[in-house]
Design a protein around this ligand. Structure first.
Ligand code: RIB
Ligand code: CA
Length: 316
């Protein structure tokens, strides 16, 4: 585990949809942060798979973090998965042990509302569709004021992956994302602008495998599968989207961000799920336009983030 003492490691609750990179984000959060809890959401694959995958990852890594099952459906959008990237069950073709871990609850929303008010200095990191976070805000509109920070892997100031202008986590539940961006400002948006610069591939998988531990082998298997899918799509390496969002919380000095109005498009025929980011000089803003300001992450020391991800996966 990390050499930092608990008092130095940021307290984290991770809301996720494991998912290959989500599983690596769990390992990263547990190594560099104090991972208090995991909540699961429908996203890359269905809720039963994402929940199983969170439990099995915690089991393999011997984590004490509780796992709470969350939303099985988006608020309004039809359910769309990313099985073509993550495999039918969400963790590729990785051989998994029999599951022995059990759920702490099947009510992630209540857990999020309770933990935000009961644990000081808590950082909520959401790396899947924002359905759980939106429902928690509906339950407790003051939720974000009880958090030290809200960081999401999602969106992009420029570009998209599921469409030319939309990133999967936002696109999968745009109504939820719109609620979170409108009502939980300021959040830190770790979007494709930066995660597409944090690319892992065969070298990193080999580094992980050389550690010779069950956790490192699990992580290497995840990365090998992700890398193979990316190569099929003509990409040279696999973007480590979710672990990058975790490291933005544990190692903020490695990142460059600035504050901008960001809103989520939910009606556009071609732009639904777009995180519309206003990068104009402040003087151009329509006075009182009412769009909340958020911290947009533009860049990172990618080599350092990659090294930290490998370090987290090759620890004991
Ligand atoms: O667009 C990348 C995001 O979508 C990541 O969180 C990945 O796990 C998928 O959920
Ligand atoms: Ca994810």
């Amino acid at each position: 585990m990390s050499t930092a003492t608990d008092s130095q490691r940021p307290k984290i609750v991770l809301d996720c949809d494991p998912g290959l990179d989500d599983a690596l984000a769990i390992l990263t959060a547990a190594h560099f942060g104090e991972l208090i809890g995991i909540t699961t959401v429908n996203g890359n694959v269905g809720i039963e798979h994402t929940t199983h995958n969170a439990l099995i990852t915690a089991q393999i890594a011997g984590l004490s973090a509780e796992v709470h099952r969350g939303a099985a459906l988006p608020l309004i959008a039809p359910t769309m998965d990313a099985a073509r990237v993550h495999g039918a069950t969400g963790l590729g073709d990785v051989k998994l042990p029999e599951l022995r871990r059990s759920l702490a609850s099947d009510d992630a929303v209540t857990y999020l509302c309770d933990i935000a008010r009961s644990v000081d200095d808590l950082n909520l990191v959401a790396v899947g569709p924002l359905t759980n976070v939106a429902l928690a805000l509906r339950r407790d509109p003051d939720l974000h004021n009880h958090l030290a920070s809200l960081t999401i892997m999602g969106g992009a100031a420029h570009g998209g992956n599921v469409t030319p202008v939309a990133e999967f986590n936002i696109w999968a539940d745009p109504e939820a994302a719109a609620i979170v961006f409108r009502e939980a400002a300021p959040l830190t948006m770790v979007g494709l602008d930066v995660t597409h610069k944090v690319l892992l591939g065969g070298n990193e998988a080999s580094q992980m495998r050389s550690a010779g531990t069950p956790v490192a082998d699990f992580a290497a298997d995840l990365l090998d599968y992700a890398y193979a899918r990316c190569r099929e799509y003509g990409l040279e390496a696999a973007p480590m989207h979710d672990a990058t969002a975790v490291i933005a919380v544990t190692h903020p000095d490695l990142f460059h961000s600035s504050s901008h109005p960001v809103t989520v498009e939910i009606h556009g025929e071609h732009t639904r799920g777009m995180t519309v980011t206003d990068t104009r000089p402040l003087s151009n803003f329509v006075p009182g336009c009412g769009v909340p300001m958020h911290q947009v992450v533009w860049d990172a020391d990618a080599d350092a983030v990659i090294d930290l991800t490998v370090q987290a996966c090759t620890a004991s």
